[in-house]
Design a protein around this ligand. Structure first.
Ligand code: ZN
Length: 317
């Protein structure tokens, strides 16, 4: 049973209460913000309302406010907060694996490098909280001299329309079972397959093409391959793709994609938890994508041990 905070009438569920709000000429946002005010921990402004669940779970209106609050709080308080949010999320979402950098950065959470700074080892903290960990803190990723030789080629799937070029090696077009790029020695690369996506393609895959994409992932899992999805736009920018579309800036038009960033990244986070062998990596454009692909392929099995987005963000990749 839920009670209307205005007139005390009781309702079976939220949906019925929400319908009743019309009687008070209140929209849902007005009702919650007026009768259950919640404020950003940093600047005290009212929490923006998207839906009830989000409203009651949100402590900060932006990542900037979270960052500023952490910066201005005593270290012990900051540590407690950072630990609590992880623990809470683990319980609520029944998470198995320590959240990856992409998972944290697509939520209003501190990034892994901040956890490393205040706890010295994010993964040790996660294990303490009962998570399984897939990765270690990345050292500088260095190509292995054994695999750097140009005799090793990059295999490109026949469906790849305009294949990337690589600085130090040739490409060979052939049919791949999944992904767009692979290394000619699958032993050297620990069966790394790279799916490269421009922004529009990524958004379409995660929305309308989702089921097909899941089947592709399943095939890679059956073969014990590691699928790395490289998206050619910075995470800080793609998080706001719908706003860019509205303003129509930078020539970014995403066709028929009606999905919101919340929807897209919710799915991305679920995939990260569901399939430990998949990683998402957002890089700054096509040239970066070519550089990073070659580096991943020639650096042995390092992609299995590190969070590639964290390595990229901290300039280790
Ligand atoms: Zn009422």
């Amino acid at each position: 049973m839920v009670k209307c905070a205005v007139c005390n009438a009781e309702f079976e569920n939220d949906r019925k209460l929400h319908a009743h709000l019309k009687a008070h000429k209140l929209r849902m946002v007005e009702y919650y913000q007026k009768y259950y005010p919640r404020h950003d921990k940093y600047d005290g402004k009212i929490i923006k309302f998207k839906n009830k669940k989000q409203y009651f779970e949100t402590e900060f209106n932006s990542r900037t406010n979270l960052r500023m609050w952490l910066k201005n709080s005593p270290i012990e308080e900051a540590k407690q907060y950072c630990k609590d949010v992880l623990q809470k999320r683990k319980q609520e979402k029944e998470l198995t694996y320590a959240p990856t950098q992409v998972e944290l950065r697509t939520l209003i959470f501190p990034p892994i490098q901040y956890y490393n700074e205040i706890f010295s080892d994010y993964y040790a903290l996660c294990r303490e909280l009962g998570f399984k960990t897939k990765h270690n803190i990345p050292e500088e990723i260095v190509p292995d001299s054994q695999w750097e030789s140009p005799e090793y080629e990059v295999l490109v799937d026949t469906r790849e329309q305009r294949p990337l070029r690589f600085k130090n090696r040739n490409v060979k077009i052939m049919k791949l079972d999944y992904g767009d790029y692979a290394f000619s020695s699958s032993e050297a690369s620990c069966k790394a397959f790279i799916e490269r996506k421009a922004v529009g393609d990524f958004l379409a895959t995660i929305s309308g093409g989702y089921e097909r994409f899941q089947r592709e992932i399943e095939r890679s899992v059956d073969d014990k391959a590691n699928l790395i999805v490289i998206v050619e736009q910075k995470l800080s920018k793609i998080l706001y793709f719908n706003q860019q579309r509205k303003k129509n800036t930078g020539g970014l038009v995403y066709g028929k994609v009606k999905a919101t960033p919340e929807f897209i990244f919710h799915r991305v986070r679920s995939l990260c938890q569901q399939y430990p062998s998949i990683q998402f990596l957002f890089v700054d454009g096509k040239t970066e994508s070519s550089r990073v692909i070659e580096k991943i392929f020639t650096s042995g099995c390092i992609h299995k041990k590190v969070d590639l987005q964290l390595a990229y963000d901290t300039k280790k990749l």
